[in-house]
Unconditional design. Structure first.
Length: 170
């Protein structure tokens, strides 16, 4: 690691702690922290280069409803926005010494709540919400990839109950 990377690390941590303490004053239930040396792979939908500080990643994540979490690659000044969390896909949460992982802390859309953020299963939705998802209508990709279908998920059984609507993609 060069001098530049060592400079970014403490600044990123300071900015993250500062922003977290301000957020915590207004959202007492928010307890997200960055995780050094880990990343969520296979779910990156947008990469942003030239992000000298991690707060750029956080702002970009807040601006995109699909963003569930992000990786900050501090050695490359790069953000990787993901449409999943480590809770939804623990098998894709892997070590990486050049990254920080951060789960979106404010106004995160529930997985499956909108067609742009459709889930693969009711079980994935429940996992994404830490087991706290409620039974209801969710968008799933279970018939054809990238063609979400609105179904009822019973979160007690983690099963789907009937197809309610379909979006036709051309």
């Amino acid at each position: 690691m060069g001098v530049q990377e060592f400079f970014h690390l403490p600044v990123f941590l300071f900015m993250l702690v500062l922003s977290r303490s301000v957020v915590a004053q207004y959202h007492r239930d928010t307890r997200e922290v960055s995780i050094f040396g880990k990343m969520l792979q296979k779910h990156i939908f947008k990469t942003i280069t030239g992000a000298a500080f991690g707060d750029v990643c956080l702002r970009e994540c807040y601006c995109d409803v699909r963003c569930q979490s992000f990786n900050y690659v501090f050695t490359q000044d790069k953000c990787e926005l993901s449409n999943r969390t480590k809770e939804a896909r623990p098998e894709d949460f892997v070590p990486d010494s050049e990254r920080y992982y951060f789960r979106r802390d404010m106004k995160r859309a529930i997985l499956g709540a909108i067609p742009e953020l459709s889930a693969d299963s009711c079980k994935e939705i429940k996992a994404s919400e830490g087991g706290q998802a409620v039974s209801g209508k969710y968008w799933l990709n279970f018939i054809k990839p990238d063609t979400p279908v609105l179904v009822h998920c019973d979160m007690k059984t983690e099963g789907r109950v009937g197809q309610l609507n379909r979006i036709h993609m051309h």
